[in-house]
Design a binder for this molecule. Structure first.
Ligand code: F6R
Length: 496
């Protein structure tokens, strides 16, 4: 665990970080630490015979926290009887039992598994009529105030720096209200709503003022995708363009990060600017590459002055002149390039990244969805095949998500037309098609598909996977494992 200790004598980190950050090895240990803080608070309040007022968030970031809280309840007897919670937000309009509703999310992730009293949790109502929203929001805030305010507020952060659904441009004293969702937010959510068109345009969110009034704020962020906005929020100007940056003005806020989310913080990304460091090979490579990129210069053109003017004079003193460091890093990089990703037979080239022996390797490519393999590493995939390695692919999904309803209908009618054209009598195929049409025509937003539609969608994705195998020399592909996440593996190259 890496705390952002601020060195009072040098003011080192203070120069950069304006919010306390704690970096954990991974999101799982981080979530457990947050769960512990919450559990401790709940217990302290229990001992004081007081309610514990929590502000809760949804999204992927708090899932590990909720899982750990459920575990603490089940295995260590943590009771939620004194917990009163207020969720940050809800899409509008939204049916509470719809798959993407935050009511459903909270029940599935937490409330259904602990002993919180149903009357004690509050989630903005996605079913209100528009004219009632303003009064409802005032009452939501009044309830929080009547409870004495939020003791601990959990937050995630959006790619644009939103907290709750307070998008860029929200004011620091904004109230709980109906807001229009930012395009970035809708794009991020669209994967859950099967497409942007079906993604809500509005939501009800707790305002920034109430978040800022919480006695403690814990913002959690995981993954490299959040690293830039974390840096901007923690180290940048306080601005309503990045609502999370308002937390710089909160006196008890902390950002809990995994390594990846912290990777752009100055103390992590360029620690030599913050303190005296020991220059490891990895660090030198990172620093020199960063320098070349920042200055838009080829590595071999970096000068002593470039090193000195960019906070790397101690490296220069240690291992300089610049010419020597440049050559060292240049050679290292050169040695990472290979046309033989699985190793080259009989090559006397110990510096290359892949071993020459054993010559033939068994390779397993994991592809979360069909097409991830060919899109993200198609060249390597084909090379490995051509160079005679034993290549297997494992698709980690049944494939039924992320296929548009219209595609399912198109393929359904194709099957029926095909049967009719070639005089194949297949009443069952027609019935399935009719059932799918009927369902899809009446499908509510984000309703779960019936099994038949799921299978059709899965088959469409399976077809895409099959196309990949044709591109990468189907005959020599060893096996394709389908749907590895949910069912028994199906070593079915032959029947793909
Ligand atoms: C959710 C919420 C949002 C999310 C944020 C990050 O209640 O208020 O601000 O916390 O969009 O979402 P994830 O955690 O899915 O990356």
């Amino acid at each position: 665990m890496l705390k952002s200790g601020i060195d009072k004598a040098t003011g080192f980190e203070k120069r950069f970080e304006n919010i306390g950050t704690v970096v954990f090895e991974n999101s799982s240990t981080a979530s457990k630490a947050v769960a512990k803080e919450l559990a401790d608070l709940i217990r302290v309040k229990q001992a004081q015979k007081q309610p514990c007022i929590l502000g809760l968030a949804t999204g992927s970031s708090p899932k590990g926290l909720y899982a750990e809280l459920v575990r603490l309840h089940k295995e260590e007897g943590l009771s939620f009887k004194n917990v009163i919670s207020f969720n940050l937000d809800e899409y509008y309009p939204m049916e509470p039992d719809s798959v993407n509703s935050y009511v459903r999310f909270m029940k599935e992730q937490l409330f259904n598994h602990v002993d919180i009293l149903p009357e004690n949790y509050h989630i903005p109502d996605g079913l209100l009529s528009k004219k009632d929203i303003a009064d409802y929001c005032d009452a939501y805030e009044a309830k929080i105030e009547a409870m004495g305010g939020i003791d601990l507020q959990i937050l995630g952060i959006g790619g644009n720096g939103h907290i709750g659904f307070n998008e860029s441009g929200s004011l620091q004293n904004s109230k709980t209200r109906l807001v229009a969702l930012d395009h970035i937010t809708r794009v991020a959510a669209s994967k859950d709503f099967s497409g942007l068109e079906k993604t809500p345009r509005t939501a009800i969110t707790l305002g920034i003022r109430k978040i800022m009034e919480a006695k403690r704020v814990v913002l959690m962020a995981w993954g490299e995708g959040k690293s830039n906005i974390i840096r901007t929020s923690v180290e940048g100007q306080v601005t309503n363009q990045v609502p999370a940056s308002f937390l710089q003005e909160h006196d008890n806020a902390v950002f809990i990060l995994d390594k990846e989310a912290s990777s752009e913080l100055t103390r992590i990304n360029t620690p030599w600017l913050v303190e005296q460091i020991e220059w490891t090979d990895k660090m030198i490579r990172k620093a020199v590459l960063g320098l070349a990129q920042d200055l838009k210069k080829p590595i071999l053109m970096l000068t002593d002055a470039d090193y000195i003017e960019n906070g790397m004079s101690d490296l220069l003193a240690d291992s300089g002149p610049a010419y020597d460091i440049n050559i060292l890093i240049f050679n290292k990089l050169q040695n990472t390039i290979t046309g033989w990703p699985g190793g080259k037979p009989n090559a006397e080239d110990g510096k290359r990244p892949e071993r020459a022996v054993p010559v033939k390797k068994r390779v397993l490519i994991f592809s979360p969805h069909p097409d991830d393999d060919i899109i993200s590493m198609g060249g390597t995939f084909i090379r490995l095949q051509q160079q005679g390695h034993e290549v297997h692919v494992a698709y980690q999904t049944s494939g039924n998500i992320a296929v548009a309803d219209s595609e399912a209908l198109r393929f359904g009618s194709f099957v029926c037309d095909y049967n009719e054209k070639f005089g194949i009598k297949n009443i069952e195929a027609e019935n399935i098609h009719k059932k799918a049409i009927k369902f899809l025509e009446n499908k509510k937003d984000s309703e779960i598909d019936i099994a038949e539609v799921r299978y059709i969608k899965g088959l469409i994705r399976k077809g895409e996977a099959r196309s990949t195998s044709h591109f990468v020399d189907y005959q020599t592909l060893k096996s394709i494992l389908w749907n590895c996440r949910f069912t028994k593996q199906e070593p079915s190259r032959k029947n793909l």
